[in-house]
Design a binder for this molecule. Structure first.
Ligand SMILES: *[C@@H]1O[C@H](CO)[C@@H](O)[C@H](O)[C@H]1NC(C)=O
Ligand SMILES: *[C@@H]1O[C@H](CO)[C@@H](O)[C@H](O)[C@H]1NC(C)=O
Ligand SMILES: *[C@@H]1O[C@H](CO)[C@@H](O)[C@H](O)[C@H]1NC(C)=O
Length: 288
């Protein structure tokens, strides 16, 4: 749907894989939109990077599929000042009864950057095709979002995926996201083809740009799953900074349901969603 700035050989390769695997789909050509070649990063004080109000308010909220066939969801968010609560409250549109699920949080350091408290909570056994509301945070600073579960997976189940890769955080990245959101085909899930924040382009891989990116995409990624793949910009392999664990920021921030396909690594896994059987492979995994 929104396939942009596809200069990266990795992305092209992955796209070919996806396209060749989808002989039976016919989404047609949905747009002739082509992005310009260069656009500067949005400044730190941009509206899209605003920190939500309230002490320790959850930010960078995003969801992804949480199991093998679409009844599970992983909800992730970051609290900046203290751990706060790991709990997600959730209820279906047709019910007042609030369920709860408890997650965990992780943190990491990268050179002289220390992350906030990165929460991940998996909710299982949701009903198919149902709208749920969910709430994260505690006390005065709770935030509410919603999501819609997919239909039961099967061979002939209409569903609309968006494709976005190489997003970054330039002014054009914002146009790209707006373009996806306003597409009349109404994408229900994003297949993200790798290269998220481009924070590694900054001196010391300034991880603050991972946080701004998380706040930027929240407006979509909190409401529909983004299925993550790592690209070369997620490597963050920087021996000169003493950082020799590849994919450290990415794997702490973006949990994926790799265990549900009995994978041994978050860099490769598979899921079923509606009529698609999705295989995620990272061609940079040899660094592991
Ligand atoms: C990003 O796009 C949104 C929606 O079109 C707009 O409201 C916002 O002002 C834009 N921000 C920047 C920094 O371009
Ligand atoms: C990290 O180190 C760089 C280079 O010395 C410096 O410019 C930056 O302000 C430091 N950041 C933090 C969070 O200390
Ligand atoms: C919640 O907000 C109210 C009104 O702003 C304030 O009086 C109260 O102290 C806050 N409670 C907490 C736990 O922050």
């Amino acid at each position: 749907m929104a396939v942009l700035k596809v200069f990266d050989p990795f992305v092209i390769c992955l796209l070919c894989l996806i396209l060749s695997a989808s002989n039976f789909c016919n989404g047609g050509i949905t747009s002739s939109f082509v992005r310009k070649e260069y656009s500067p990063d949005m400044p730190l004080d941009s509206d899209v990077f605003q920190v939500p109000p309230g002490y320790n308010a959850p930010q960078q909220v995003h969801i992804t599929q949480g199991d093998a066939d679409g009844r599970g969801v992983i909800i992730s968010w970051i609290t900046p000042d203290e751990p706060g609560s790991n709990t997600v409250l959730y209820w279906s549109e047709n019910s007042k009864h609030k369920n709860r699920a408890d997650g965990t949080f992780v943190r990491y350091k990268f050179f002289n950057y220390t992350s906030g408290y990165i929460h991940h909570c998996t909710i299982n056994k949701l009903e198919y095709n149902t709208k749920y509301f969910y709430e994260v945070g505690i006390g005065n600073t709770t935030r509410q979002f919603w999501l819609i579960t997919p239909p039961r997976a099967g061979p002939d189940v209409p569903y609309t995926f968006g494709l976005i890769g190489d997003l970054g955080q330039t002014h054009d990245s914002n146009v790209t996201l707006t373009h996806y959101e306003s597409n009349p085909k109404k994408g229900e899930t994003v297949l993200f083809l790798g290269d998220l924040s481009y924070s590694n382009d900054y001196p010391y891989h300034d991880n603050v740009r991972w946080d701004t990116w998380g706040r930027f995409v929240e407006r979509n990624a909190a409401y529909q799953p983004w299925i993550w793949t790592a690209g070369n910009h997620e490597l963050d392999f920087a021996p000169e900074l003493g950082e020799t664990t590849p994919f450290k920021p990415y794997t702490h921030r973006y949990y994926v349901p790799y265990e549900s396909s009995h994978s041994t690594s978050p860099l490769w896994y598979s899921i079923k969603r509606a009529s698609a059987y999705i295989f995620v492979l990272s061609s940079y995994s040899a660094y592991e």
